[in-house]
Design a protein. Structure first.
Length: 135
C-alpha cells in the first residue's frame, strides 16, 4: 500500500508520455489536452493506461478510508465514507473517458472527462474541509 501512490503516478505519467509519442489525430497543439492524447493509434495505450490506473486509485482510496476510520474519533464514520464514495464514482467516469474514444463519440468521452475531473475536484475540496475540521 505504501508504493501504490508511486506506481499510480508512474502509470499516469508513462501513459501520457507514451500516448504523446504515438501518432494521434491531435491538430496543431504542441502539448495536447488529455482527451487528444487518446486519439488515433494512441487510443489503445490511452485506454489501457487508465484502466490500469483505476484499481490502483481505488486501493489507495480504500486504504486511506480504512486508516481514517481506525485513527480518527472526531469525524463521524458516515462522513468519511461519504467523502470517499465521491472519487469511487469518479472512477466510473474515468472508465467512460478511457474506453469511449473521442473519435467515435466525443460527447460521451467529454462527459466522462468532465465528470471525472469534477468529482475529483469535489473530493479534494471536501477532503480539505475535513482536514481543517480535524486540525
Amino acid at each position: 500500500l505504501c508504493f501504490l501512490p508511486l506506481t499510480a503516478a508512474l502509470t499516469l505519467v508513462l501513459t501520457l508520455i507514451i500516448c504523446n509519442n504515438l501518432p494521434n489525430n491531435a491538430k496543431g497543439s504542441e502539448l495536447p489536452q488529455i482527451s487528444e492524447l487518446g486519439t488515433g493509434q494512441a487510443y489503445g495505450m490511452f485506454a489501457a493506461g487508465f484502466i490500469l490506473l483505476l484499481p490502483q486509485l481505488l486501493a489507495i482510496l480504500f486504504g486511506r478510508l480504512l486508516f481514517l476510520i481506525q485513527s480518527q474519533d472526531h469525524a463521524p464514520r458516515w462522513l468519511l465514507i461519504l467523502i470517499h464514495i465521491v472519487p469511487c464514482v469518479s472512477g466510473i467516469f474515468m472508465l467512460i473517458m478511457a474506453t469511449v474514444s473521442v473519435d467515435r463519440n466525443q460527447s460521451l468521452h467529454l462527459t466522462g472527462a468532465y465528470g471525472m475531473f469534477g468529482l475529483i475536484s469535489a473530493y479534494l475540496f471536501m477532503h480539505t474541509i475535513l482536514i481543517l475540521y480535524l486540525w
